[in-house]
Design a binder for this molecule. Structure first.
Ligand code: UGA
Length: 325
């Protein structure tokens, strides 16, 4: 396999790259190393595998890079790049979300039309497309009604993928990730912030009551879903939930973390964040039937692995090598 990974220096992209390289694939990585969070962290992610045989990297913007040369000889595209984060997508930053999530995806799909060697485009969509869902567990056929501008851009890009599949023969599959966590998690996300605060004995910020529920999904399970989505037969334009089956509240996560850390946590409660849904929970029947995928890593196990990773980083170790996996 010769794979293009967009967003290769990010949390999921870098974990996927390592996995593919270990399996003998060639990986072409593109990442603009944007400053949504500190690019030093992204460089550390890259450092874990950038010297491996079969890896090449271009620091570039998907809205500017020459996609014809990037796609040369590529058979699978993993489109992980995007402007992430539910809470920051309001206000004048919205243009950044449209450029990175909608325009860049359309540009990539257009380029794939010209590259029939591409046998699969796997798009990293998001559970945020559902908004306050009509039922739980939420199935892919339930009406998506995002409640954040971020969710709107992820849904728009997902629709573009399905449109390009139906009309122009681009073999897309969209994976709706449910709150991914684990080693290398983005520093704006809950578990990373909680672990960092716990290790430094700083206050943990909880938005709202903490009763909000997430179907937290461990990064290795998400990587496995990507690999299967790239290699198993999938109806073109398919949309699949990738949900960890955890259905856990933020308060329950903090209880679990207290047990791992071994001392009480300092918690400060703030107002609910705009665009933060009260619950996510994804049905996984379709991905099980289509790809044979099921989540493997429990919340207790995965949180422990993330804690070990960041505790080591904070103790002065490297961020590059994953711990606890
Ligand atoms: C996450 C990602 O940030 C999105 O990029 C992704 O698309 C989305 O998952 C998804 O699954 O669709 P979110 O669920 O908000 O979004 O993930 P976290 O940042 O880990 O937050 C989880 C919960 O913890 C939220 O209710 C949030 O308000 C809360 N939180 C977060 C806190 O209480 N305190 C914090 O410091 C951070």
């Amino acid at each position: 396999m010769r794979a293009l990974i967009t967003g290769v220096a990010g949390f999921v992209g870098s974990t996927l790259a390592e996995r593919l390289l270990a399996g003998g694939a060639e990986v072409v990585g593109v990442d603009v190393l944007s400053d949504y969070y500190d690019p030093i962290r992204k460089r550390a992610n890259l450092a874990a595998f950038e010297d491996r045989a079969g890896f090449s990297f271009a620091q570039d913007d998907l809205n500017a890079v020459d996609l014809n040369s990037v796609l040369d000889g590529v058979d699978v595209v993993f489109h992980q790049a995007g402007q992430p984060g539910v809470r920051k997508s309001w206000g004048r930053d919205f243009d950044v979300y449209v450029d990175a999530n909608v325009r860049a995806t359309q540009r990539l799909l257009e380029a794939c039309v010209e590259h029939p060697t591409v046998s699969r485009v796997v798009y990293a969509s998001s559970s945020s497309v559902y908004g306050e869902a009509e039922r739980y567990p939420t199935s892919e056929d339930d009406v998506p009604r995002p409640v954040s501008p971020y969710g709107v851009t992820k849904l728009a890009a997902e629709h573009l993928c399905s449109l390009y599949a139906a009309n122009l023969g681009v073999p897309t599959v969209s994976l709706r990730y449910f709150t991914v966590y684990g080693p290398r998690q983005r520093p704006d996300m809950a578990f990373h912030r909680f672990v960092r605060a716990a290790v430094n004995d700083e206050p943990i910020t909880v938005y709202g009551s903490g009763d909000q529920i997430r179907d937290f999904t461990y990064v290795d399970d998400v990587v496995e879903a990507n690999v299967l989505a790239a290699t198993r037969p999938v109806p073109p334009g398919a949309v699949l939930n990738v949900a960890g089956g955890t259905s856990t509240s933020v308060n329950e996560v903090l209880e679990e973390l207290t047990a791992i850390v071994g001392h009480a946590l300092r918690v400060e409660r703030h107002g609910k964040a705009l665009g933060d849904v009260s619950r996510t929970g994804g049905a996984t029947d379709r991905i099980r039937d289509t790809l044979g995928w099921a989540p493997r890593v429990s919340l207790a196990e995965g949180l422990r692995a993330e804690y070990a990773f960041f505790a080591r980083e904070l103790a002065g170790g490297s961020t590059g090598e994953p711990v606890g996996r």
